[in-house]
Write a protein that binds this ligand. Structure first.
Ligand SMILES: Nc1ncnc2c1ncn2[C@@H]1O[C@H](COP(=O)(O)OP(=O)(O)OP(=O)(O)O)[C@@H](O)[C@H]1O
Length: 773
């Protein structure tokens, strides 16, 4: 019996290995030690990793006490990977408890909570900070810092060109307290903490910064300010018994600093396989390296397999992840002959891969992102004809890659809709997606697609399903938007509450974006100006005033629970958002039956908004709903990562957004033409990116330039991710006339296309003309 199983198993193992393409087999053949796999889009990273994991588990006879640990970035990716490994193990008749799949935070939390004495983390006494609580905490730490550092605060207020005028002082104070300093704190705390740098170390680093000494630039000693904010934050966390996401990693590392605990975990973990490795921060990598080390021999090679694509790193401008770390790991591995480049991909038609490759090469050569090339130089290659993937490198639809320059954005959507409709009519099983750079573009498209009269194309009657992912997400904002409105109604004279409300109006496109500090600094004068006050003059400000006073009137005219639907109408909610608001109102009314007051409603809403919970990886959180056949999905380029469709539309590819420019909002320019959070981030990264010797920390202006380069590089990588989602048709366009910013879609300008695209198209045209007919 046992022999029969062993023989079956051997056959199945061979079959699994043979189901892989050449690059993937390096994962199947892994016997131990470190391995870096740098893969191109569509190479089949997850497929290769799942097979490699199953083979390693059987080969090394792993079990519940000695497991393979697989780590990936998101919960949905973790669920997918787990399902794939389970499928292989079932076919091998091998126990499923021989491996575990975690997200990085899930892994850290498991280690920390199983060893509460060492980690200092017990979920009975500590609470995980939710994003909403985090915002409030940051505001408090800013207020405390201001109170303790009046001189520095004063210097920031004075910035440049300050004449001491009172209204201007109030405006600057509001901008500093509610925008600049909270953003500085958020960026720096996350950046420093996820690199294992405590506040004191940041303060030390601040001392080593080269100061900017020019006549018209004051550098405000930004890292010292940042270190002060960080220190306040840490004090507040411990006073309130809270932990944040970075603390989870730190506390897991604290556990592993203990010899006995470390040995326990290292014995339990046979090896670590990490997917999406380009997205990890230094501290996260340290955690994985510690687990992958031999329990008895610290000098033995790490059993660590890291798979990723540095060219798809698209989180580096809003998280501390940066492809530099994975690139460094790959370079080190290359020196030891332990780097595998998986460059064959079966996802797309040849011409789509050629377009992506051309874009990559052009961008690297253009120098647009400074001296550091945005991309690792690797080209996507087609797979050989005998590849195991069915229908690999499928035939293109039409030319496979198209680029249009319609006169307007409306015309762009019309063209897109006509094309989508024709494709669906011809082949209703195609999957299609429209990828946008920001939600507002998605909303603009969705509205037009649901308005056949204006558009002149009726997509809806054809059976093609339109799925706007952003619209589903907007629903989840309903409770917090209602909370903001009720808090304003409760205390309309608070500048902070008024400003939060105005922000919601801008986000919901009820008012144009403008300097909200100007409106919010003196609420009473703004809403009910007396004879001596000067009321707002711009149409945008007057519209804001009408909406605010309308809400205040409603408080006196409506019973509390009718405030919610009224607020929904004020925000211009659509049918489904209104239905969500109604449901929320019903829940509030039920929960507060005994105490039917505004105060009680606010309290209940705060609880609802604050109760985002941690969920296990196990939930069936799959992405399949985004890629259904016969469906046209609208989603952001960021969300599209890891997914693919037969047809991908990229409608608004303008230079203004890709690569775009880091810019400073008008109301913040009193400090100078740079952004403090971005400068601080670049300064910290100069330190954390240095591999050995301490690196010099750039002065403010150099750091600002580096931040701009980072943003440019990332936008091009995002375009690369978007282009490589297409299997058979990549449809791109950039209208001649388009909104200067999408917060105001009616304000049109003549905009040039993303500079890489003309090159890509002329290259493709040239190759086509050279092909034999
Ligand atoms: N060896 C293989 N045999 C059959 N199908 C495969 C194989 N390798 C990959 N595929 C298929 O190719 C597609 C892409 O694979 P996968 O999602 O693993 O790629 P990826 O490298 O993670 O892509 P990206 O990084 O661009 O998101 C999937 O549909 C997968 O089923």
């Amino acid at each position: 019996m046992a022999e029969a199983i062993a023989a079956d198993r051997a056959t199945t193992l061979t079959e699994i290995r043979e189901s892989l393409r050449a690059g993937q087999r390096s994962l199947a053949d892994w016997q131990g030690g470190p391995l870096a796999v740098s893969a191109v889009p569509g190479a089949g990273k997850s497929t290769g990793m799942a097979a490699g994991a199953a083979i390693a588990i059987v080969r090394h006879e792993l079990n519940a006490k000695r497991q393979l640990v697989l780590v990936t970035f998101t919960r949905s990716a973790a669920a997918n990977l787990k399902a794939k490994v389970q499928r292989h193990l079932r076919s091998l008749q091998y126990p499923l408890n021989s491996f575990v799949v975690y997200t990085l935070h899930g892994l850290a939390l498991t280690i920390a909570t199983r060893n509460p004495d060492l980690s200092g983390i017990s979920l009975d006494t500590l609470t995980l900070l939710t994003p909403t609580q985090n915002n409030r905490l940051i505001r408090t730490c800013v207020e405390r810092w201001l109170a303790e550092n009046p001189d520095r605060y004063q210097r920031l207020i004075e910035g440049r060109q300050f004449d001491g005028e009172e209204t201007e002082r109030l405006r600057r104070q509001s901008t500093l307290r509610t925008e600049i300093l909270p953003s500085l704190a958020t960026t720096v705390i996350h950046e420093a903490k996820s690199s294992g740098m405590p506040p004191a170390e940041l303060a030390q680093l601040a001392a080593s910064v080269t100061r900017t000494l020019t006549d018209d630039v004051e550098d405000y000693d930004v890292l010292t300010v940042a270190a002060g904010l960080y220190e306040q934050y840490q004090t507040l966390l411990s006073q309130r018994h809270l932990i944040d996401y970075d603390d989870m990693i730190l506390s897991a590392l604290r556990v592993l600093a203990d010899d006995e605990a470390r040995r326990f975990w290292q014995n339990r973990v046979f090896a670590v396989f990490e997917d999406e490795a380009q997205d990890s921060s230094p501290l996260q990598t340290q955690l994985l390296e510690t687990l992958a080390r031999d329990a008895e021999d610290a000098t033995a090679p790490l059993n660590l397999v890291r798979v990723g694509d540095p060219n798809q790193a698209i989180n580096s401008t809003f998280t501390p992840a940066d492809p530099v770390f994975f690139n460094q790991f790959c370079d080190r591995a290359q020196h030891q002959n332990r780097l595998v480049v998986m460059d064959q991909a079966g996802r797309s038609s040849g011409v789509i891969m050629a377009a992506a490759n051309t874009m990559l090469t052009w961008v690297n050569q253009s120098g647009l992102a400074g001296t550091v090339a945005p991309f690792r130089s690797q080209a996507i290659q087609p797979v050989p004809v005998d590849d195991p993937q069915p229908d690999a490198n499928p035939a293109p639809i039409g030319g496979g890659v198209e680029f249009y320059r319609p006169p307007t954005v409306m015309e762009t959507v019309r063209l897109l809709a006509q094309r989508s409709l024709a494709l669906h009519t011809e082949n209703p099983t195609l999957s299609q997606a429209i990828l946008v750079r920001e939600h507002r573009q998605g909303r603009f498209i969705n509205q037009l697609l649901h308005d056949p009269e204006t558009l002149g194309v009726d997509l809806l009657s054809t059976g093609l399903q339109i799925y706007d992912v952003g619209e589903q997400e907007r629903q989840t904002h309903v409770p917090s938007e209602m909370l903001t409105i009720l808090q304003f109604i409760e205390r309309p004279h608070s500048p902070d509450r008024l400003k939060s409300l105005l922000r919601v109006f801008v986000d919901r496109q009820r008012i144009a974006s403008q300097d909200l500090n100007l409106l919010a600094k003196q609420p009473e004068q703004f809403m009910y100006p007396g004879p001596l006050d000067s009321p707002p003059t711009t149409e945008a400000a007057q519209q804001a005033r009408r909406l605010c006073t309308g809400l205040l009137r409603s408080r006196f005219e409506l019973p509390p629970y009718h405030l919610i639907p009224f607020a929904g109408l004020t925000l211009g909610y659509n049918q489904s958002e209104l239905a969500t608001a109604d449901k929320l109102a019903a829940r509030l009314s039920q929960q507060n039956r005994e105490d039917n007051t505004l105060r009680a409603m606010i309290q209940t809403l705060q609880e609802i908004v604050g109760s985002e919970r941690f969920e296990a990886v196990d939930t069936e959180d799959r992405d399949d709903r985004y890629t259904r056949r016969g469906q046209l999905t609208i989603l952001t380029m960021h969300k599209a990562k890891g997914l693919d469709w037969d047809v991908v539309f990229l409608p608004f590819l303008h230079e203004r957004t890709i690569p775009g420019n880091l810019w400073v909002p008008q109301q913040q320019t009193f400090l100078g033409d740079f952004s403090l959070p971005e400068v601080a981030r670049a300064q910290i990264r100069a330190h954390t990116h240095a591999e050995s010797t301490p690196a010099p920390i750039p002065d403010l202006l150099t750091a600002w330039q580096q931040a701009k380069n980072l943003k440019t590089a990332e936008e091009f990588r995002l375009l690369y991710v978007a282009m490589t989602r297409a299997k058979r048709l990549l449809w791109m366009s950039a209208a001649h006339s388009a909104p200067f910013t999408w917060s105001n879609p009616d304000n049109l300008s003549d905009l040039p296309p993303c500079p890489a695209l003309p090159t890509v198209m002329s290259y493709l045209a040239e190759t086509r003309s050279r092909q034999p007919r």
